[in-house]
Design a protein around this ligand. Structure first.
Ligand code: NAP
Length: 308
């Protein structure tokens, strides 16, 4: 049985170590030292370029090395090859940390104090309780639910919007396009944790911003193409939105002349909100390989038609 790892090179050593110790029966290879590609049955990769997949005639499962699969060319993978996305504690914890930090920084006016410090202004702002703020999460999936659970511990009012109805204790839930408007109407901070699909591309646009309370803030940790950049700039400049915290952009890296860089109310990070951690991801991936070997259903297989 051969597994080929063709992803983040600096983390390859940790994957090799785990498989050597816990699955010595599996032949774990790291690209480009891949040996005979015709022997590869499992592929761990970020992307699936058609010309490369064509060289893997015995491929049985494609494991995405990330949680999202929007960058994967499904058509390159034969229909009998399941596409498995990465759902593991390291990714979830990273996202929970990042979003908690972003929400708390907004809640406690850290961005205002950064500007005040630069101008040497001592100006205490009011400190409302967390219960005075409503935080809304778009996408109540593996990441959205974990984020909601942590935010609940701070005492925020919480709401979530999802494709299909989802009940979470302490979270006001909304579902489907019909309930998007009432969901948005109460969000002081809006967090996008949707997968990128035909239905969600460009969803963070002028019309959506007009449905938020004036002065709301946006946190986009989904994908860059969820956001219409020009509409965000307009909403920030008109005061409709107060701030945006963006971990993802289109394209990535963001070109040096993009207006987001210089905008005083846009905070940017270079797609680092959360990352696959080999130490916690390898055991989960190995368990999935074992399931496949035993002929059992795989966990975290994406639905090619839904796109996530
Ligand atoms: P997930 O478990 O697949 O959850 C996606 C959720 O979005 C599901 O609950 C789904 O609803 C909902 N959804 C999908 N399409 C929708 C639509 N049209 N309208 C409303 N709700 C919709 O995914 P996840 O693991 O939470 O990850 C979410 C996304 O986060 C990933 O796809 C990726 O783009 C992004 N991400 C970013 C980073 C980063 O570092 N910035 C890291 C990891 C992931 P249903 O329950 O009805 O299916």
């Amino acid at each position: 049985m051969s597994i080929l790892y063709r992803s983040d090179a600096p983390r390859a050593a940790a994957w090799v170590r785990y498989f050597a110790e816990h699955a010595p029966d599996l032949d774990f290879r790291v690209w480009p030292d891949a040996g005979d590609l015709a022997e590869v049955e499992y592929l761990i990769a970020w992307q699936a370029p058609a010309e490369f997949i064509a060289r893997l005639p015995r491929l049985k499962v494609f494991f995405s090395s990330g949680a999202g699969v929007d960058h994967v060319d499904f058509s390159a993978l034969p229909g009998h090859v399941p596409i498995v996305r990465m759902v593991e504690p390291g990714i979830i914890n990273g996202m929970v940390e990042y979003v908690s930090l972003a929400v708390l920084a907004l809640h406690r006016d850290f961005f205002d104090y950064m500007a005040a410090k630069a101008a040497r202004i001592w100006d205490p702002l009011e400190v409302p309780p967390a219960s005075a703020r409503t935080i809304g999460v778009m996408g109540m999936g593996a990441l959205g639910c974990a984020v909601l659970e942590r935010l609940a511990s701070y005492g925020f009012n919480l709401r979530g919007w999802n494709r299909s109805p989802r009940e979470i204790e302490g979270v006001e839930s909304f579902a489907g396009p019909d309930q998007l408007q009432p969901f948005l109407a109460g969000c002081d901070v809006l967090i996008c944790l949707l997968p990128l699909t035909a239905a969600t591309r460009g969803i963070l646009n002028r019309e959506l911003f007009s449905l938020l309370p004036a002065g709301a803030a946006l946190i986009n940790v989904g994908r860059g193409p969820h956001l219409v950049d020009a509409d965000l700039l307009e909403a920030l400049d008109s005061g409709r939105l107060s701030r945006a915290i963006l971990d993802v952009t289109e394209p990535e890296p963001l070109p040096a002349d993009h207006p987001f860089w210089a905008h005083p109310r846009v905070f940017l990070t270079p797609h680092v909100a959360s990352m696959t951690q080999p130490e916690s991801a390898a055991p989960i991936l190995l368990e999935n390989v074992r399931r496949h070997q035993r002929g059992e259903p795989l966990a975290d297989v994406i639905d090619r038609c839904r796109g996530y």
